[in-house]
Design a protein around this ligand. Structure first.
Ligand SMILES: Cc1cc2nc3c(=O)[nH]c(=O)nc-3n(C[C@H](O)[C@H](O)[C@H](O)COP(=O)(O)O)c2cc1C
Ligand code: SF4
Ligand code: FES
Length: 693
C-alpha cells in the first residue's frame, strides 16, 4: 500500500470511466506504475485487478517499470528520419552508453526511439525530460546535459472535475448576452501594438519562450505602448522563434527566427512608423510568400489571438456564430453544415451534417459529443496547431456541434503528449464556463452543455472513434464491431457524435458565412478549405490552409518553398501510415478524397531526391505492425508477416496477396489501410524496390 496514492486517487469517483485518468495521475505523481499502485487503483475504482493490468499494459504511455532519472527520446518517424533522426539516436546511445529502449543499469539515463512527436515541422526532433527540442544537430548532442530537467513529465494528471460556473441567466437573445461579454472585453483591451511571441510546441522546441523575458524588460525600459503576448504558432514553424507584431489597425507583421541578441534592435525599430518596419526585417504578413497562396478560414485568428484569453477571442469575433445559432434552431445549424458539404477531416470524409442528424434522431439520453483530438498518426500535426492556436474556436465548434446533434455533454479527448493543447483548451473551458458559455443555459438560452477534458495515453489505434470510446469507458483501446454505429449506441450505449478537431473548427465559419459560401471555396467533391501540416526537407515546413482541390505542387513549392537543396523532390508521403508516397509526376493533380491523390488527414512529408522508398515503406509497415491492437487476426498476424516478407525480399505476389487479405479482412481502418503504402510503392516505384531485392 502506497500511502501517498490515497490523495491522488481520492479525486476520482469510484467508476470505471476514471481508470485511465487515475492511472495517468498515479504515473504523473510517481513516475511509473508499480504492482502495488495498480492494486490500489483497482481497489479504489472497484475494477478487477486483472483488467486494470490489461489496461495499464495496453497503452504505450503507461510505464510498468521505472525509467532513468533522465529520459531521452529520439524521433525516427519519416520526417525526422529524412533529416537525421537515426544519426541522433545513434549519437545519444553512444554518448550515454545505453542501448535503445533500455534503461541503463545505474538508472541514470533511458534513451528511446519514438515514432513521432507531432512536431514534424521541427525535424529532427528529440525529447529531453519531457521537453521537445527541434532542428537538433549532432553537434548539439555534446552538450545535451544542459537540457536535462528534473521537473517535467508529460500529461495533465487530473481531469477537471470541479470548476467555477457562471450564474445561469435568462437572456432576451444569445446575441444580446454575447454583446454584453464583448463590450466588457473591448473595454479591457489596450490601444497599443501587440507583440505576440509564437510559443506553440514548435516555437518552444527552439527556445521561443526564452524571448519573453527580454522582450518584456525591453518594452518596459523603452516605455513602448505595446502588449506582450505568449501566443501560438501562426503556421510558420520554419521561422520559429517567430514574433508577430499587430498594429492597432490589425495589420499583421512577422519577424522570423528572432534571437535574443536581436531583441533590442527589434524594439528600437518598433518605436518608428510601421512604414519603416520592413527595412528592419518586420515584414507584412499579407505579402509573405508563405501566406499569399493560402485561403485562411479556420486559421484566421491563429497566431494573432492570445490563446489564453477569452476576452481577446471575443474581441476578435469568437462565439458570434454560436450566439446566432442559439437564437435559431438546431436544424438551422445542420442545414448550413449540410449546404457547406463539410466532410469529416479525420480521414473518413463522412458528411458531418448526416452524422449529427442521425444522433439527434436516435433514441436515448443523454447524448454525447466527443472531440477527437487524438492526432496520433505520425506526420500529422495540424489539429495541435488549431487547439494550441485558437482554443475558443475549437470550443465554439464543439458547442455548435453539440447543439445541432442534441448533445448535452461534450468530451474533449486530447493526445496524451499534446500538453500545450490540453492546457490551452482546458483553460478555455474554465474561462468559457465562468462567462456562461459552457454549462447550464449557454448564453442565457435553453441549451445546456457540460464540457470536460480527457487525455489519451498513446497508440495510433486510439484515434479510431470506437477505440476512443472504449478508452473513455475505462477499457483497452480496441475498436468495436459496427453496427451499431456510435450515433445510435456510442458512449455507454448512448447516441454519440465523434468529430475531428478540424471538422469542428470549420463549424463557426460555416454558420457565420453560410454553408454555400464555405462550399464554394473548394470543389464539388471536396467542398471548403483544408488544413495541412507540411514537413520534410523543404524550405518552409509549417501549417497552411488552402481551398480544397489544391495540388501538391502548390503546397510544396509555392507555399513551402521547394526542397532545401534546390533539387526536384522525388515525391511526397501523403496521409502518414495510412497513406502512400505520391510520385512527383502527380504533383499537378488536384487532391480530392478518394481521388487519384487524396489529401488524407492532412499530413504531407516531402520526399527528397535520393531518398529510399523501401526505407519509408518499411518504417510505415513496421509502425502499423507495432500499433495493431491485436483484436483481429489478419492485422495482428498479417502485418508482422508483411514486414518480414519485405525484409526477406519475399515474392512480390505473396506480398500483394497478403496485403489484399489484410485489407479485406481487418476490422478497422488501421489494418484496412496499412498495406496501401506497400501496394502503391510496388505500383509506382516498382523498379527501385525490385532493384534492392
Ligand atoms: C487507426 C485510426 C486512427 C485514427 N486516428 C484519428 C485521429 O487521430 N483523429 C481523428 O479525428 N480521427 C481519427 N481516425 C478517424 C476516426 O475513426 C473518425 O472517423 C473521426 O474521428 C470522425 O470525425 P470526422 O467525421 O470529423 O472526421 C482514425 C481512424 C483510424 C482507423
Ligand atoms: S484492424 Fe488491427 S488495429 Fe484494427 S481492430 Fe483489427 S487488430 Fe485492431
Ligand atoms: S516529429 Fe519526427 S516525424 Fe513527426
Amino acid at each position: 500500500m502506497i500511502k501517498a496514492l490515497d490523495t491522488v486517487l481520492a479525486q476520482f469517483p469510484r467508476e470505471r470511466t476514471w481508470l485511465l485518468p487515475a492511472l495517468q495521475a498515479v504515473q504523473h505523481a510517481h513516475g511509473w506504475l508499480s504492482d502495488d499502485a495498480l492494486t490500489q487503483v483497482a481497489a479504489h475504482l472497484r475494477v478487477p485487478a486483472t483488467e486494470v493490468y490489461g489496461v495499464a499494459t495496453h497503452y504505450p504511455e503507461l510505464r510498468l517499470a521505472p525509467r532513468g532519472r533522465h529520459h531521452l527520446r529520439v524521433c525516427t518517424g519519416v520526417s525526422c528520419a529524412l533529416l537525421g533522426g537515426p544519426q541522433l539516436l545513434a549519437g545519444l546511445t553512444k554518448r550515454f552508453d545505453a542501448a535503445p529502449d533500455e534503461t541503463r543499469t545505474d538508472r541514470e539515463v533511458t534513451v528511446e526511439a519514438a515514432d513521432c512527436f507531432f512536431a514534424c515541422s521541427m525535424a529532427p526532433a528529440i525529447e529531453v525530460d519531457g521537453e521537445y527540442r527541434g532542428r537538433v544537430t549532432e553537434a548539439e548532442l555534446a552538450d545535451v546535459e544542459s537540457w536535462f530537467s528534473h521537473r517535467r513529465r508529460h500529461g495533465s494528471p487530473s481531469p477537471m472535475l470541479a470548476m467555477e460556473s457562471g450564474v445561469p441567466t435568462v437572456a432576451a437573445s444569445a446575441r444580446a448576452a454575447l454583446a454584453d461579454l464583448a463590450t466588457l472585453a473591448h473595454a479591457k483591451r489596450g490601444l497599443g501594438i501587440r507583440v505576440i511571441v509564437q510559443t506553440g510546441t514548435c516555437g518552444r522546441a527552439v527556445g521561443a519562450d526564452t524571448l519573453l523575458e527580454p522582450l518584456r524588460a525591453g518594452i518596459n525600459e523603452r516605455g513602448l505602448d505595446a502588449e506582450l503576448i505568449e501566443g501560438a504558432c501562426n503556421g510558420m514553424c520554419y521561422a520559429a522563434p517567430l514574433v508577430e507584431v499587430v498594429t492597432p489597425e490589425s495589420m499583421r507583421f512577422v519577424v522570423e527566427r528572432l534571437q535574443r541578441a536581436r531583441v533590442a534592435a527589434l524594439l528600437d525599430a518598433l518605436a518608428a512608423e510601421p512604414a519603416k518596419w520592413p527595412a528592419a526585417g518586420i515584414v507584412p504578413l499579407a505579402v509573405h510568400p508563405f501566406f499569399k497562396g493560402q485561403h485562411r478560414e479556420l486559421l484566421t485568428r491563429v497566431g494573432a489571438v492570445d490563446p489564453d484569453s477569452l476576452d481577446d477571442a471575443l474581441v476578435l469575433g469568437a462565439y458570434s456564430a454560436l450566439a446566432r445559432a442559439l437564437d435559431g434552431s438546431p436544424d438551422d445549424v445542420s442545414a448550413q453544415v449540410k449546404a457547406s458539404g463539410l466532410q469529416g477531416r479525420g480521414g473518413a470524409f463522412f458528411p458531418t451534417a448526416l452524422k449529427w442528424e442521425a444522433c439527434r434522431k436516435a433514441a436515448g439520453e443523454p447524448k454525447y459529443l466527443v472531440m477527437n483530438g487524438e492526432e496520433g498518426e505520425p506526420g500529422i500535426f495540424k489539429d495541435r496547431h488549431l487547439m494550441e492556436g485558437d482554443p475558443h474556436q475549437v470550443l465554439e465548434g464543439v458547442l455548435l456541434a453539440a447543439y445541432a446533434a442534441g448533445a448535452s455533454r461534450a468530451i474533449l479527448y486530447i493526445h496524451g503528449e499534446a500538453d500545450l493543447s490540453a492546457q490551452r483548451l482546458g483553460w478555455a473551458v474554465v474561462e468559457a464556463r465562468a462567462a456562461g458559455l459552457v454549462g447550464e443555459r449557454v448564453l442565457g438560452r435553453d441549451f445546456r452543455c457540460e464540457v470536460e477534458v480527457r487525455r489519451g495515453a498513446g497508440g495510433f489505434v486510439l484515434g479510431e472513434e470506437t477505440a476512443l470510446l472504449e478508452s473513455i469507458e475505462g477499457r483497452r483501446a480496441q475498436p468495436r464491431t459496427r453496427p451499431p454505429f456510435p450515433v445510435e449506441a456510442g458512449l455507454w450505449g448512448r447516441p454519440t457524435v465523434i468529430n475531428n478537431v478540424e471538422t469542428l473548427c470549420a463549424i463557426p465559419t460555416i454558420v457565420a458565412r453560410g454553408g454555400a459560401a464555405f462550399a464554394a471555396l473548394g470543389t464539388s467533391s471536396a467542398p471548403g478549405t483544408k488544413v495541412f501540416g507540411i514537413s520534410g526537407p523543404v524550405r518552409r515546413p509549417g501549417v497552411v490552409e488552402v481551398k480544397n482541390g489544391v495540388t501538391l505542387n502548390h503546397l510544396l513549392h509555392d507555399l513551402a518553398g521547394g526542397s532545401v537543396d534546390g533539387r526536384p523532390l522525388k515525391g511526397a508521403l501523403v496521409g502518414g501510415p495510412s497513406g502512400s508516397v505520391v510520385p512527383a509526376a502527380l504533383f499537378d493533380v488536384a487532391m480530392e478524397p478518394r481521388g487519384r491523390v487524396s489529401p488524407g488527414t492532412g499530413g504531407i512529408v516531402a520526399v527528397p531526391a535520393g531518398a529510399s522508398i523501401a526505407d519509408i515503406v518499411r518504417t510505415l509497415v513496421a509502425f502499423n505492425a507495432r500499433e495493431s491492437c491485436g483484436k483481429c487476426t489478419p492485422c495482428r498476424e498479417g502485418l508482422p508477416r508483411l514486414l518480414a516478407l519485405l525484409d526477406e525480399a519475399g515474392s512480390e505476389d505473396k506480398i500483394r496477396e497478403l496485403g489484399e487479405t489484410i485489407q479485406l479482412a481487418s476490422l478497422c481502418g488501421l489494418g484496412q489501410a496499412a498495406p496501401i503504402a506497400v501496394q502503391k510503392a510496388f505500383e509506382i516505384f516498382g523498379d527501385e524496390l525490385r532493384g534492392r531485392r
